[in-house]
Design a protein. Structure first.
Length: 93
């Protein structure tokens, strides 16, 4: 019973509160030029590590560049300009 509830509770496709939280986090990440999927840590989960290993090299390089840019902007206490921020539809998150 508890596992079904917890699966529903954290699933943004089923729970509107989880969807609102995901969208709020995604909008804050967009200020640094990040995507929601960039938060997944390959050292924490072996499935993420394997998925990144299967991606094309240019996709992994773009992810690494986004992470470096976000760290640089965070240390400078700046955001990306509005015209540079990429708008990603919520359905792709």
């Amino acid at each position: 019973m508890l596992s079904k509830f917890s699966a529903w509770f954290v699933n943004p496709r089923r729970n509107p509160l989880a969807r609102l939280h995901r969208n709020a986090v995604a909008s804050r990440l967009r200020k640094y030029g990040l995507r929601y999927d960039d938060l997944y840590d390959p050292y924490h989960d072996l499935d993420i590590k394997e998925a990144l290993a299967r991606l094309p090299r240019e996709v992994v390089d773009a992810r690494n560049q986004r992470l470096k840019r976000a760290m640089d902007l965070s240390m400078k206490h700046q955001y990306l300009p509005d015209d540079v921020q990429v708008r990603i539809p919520c359905s792709s998150l």
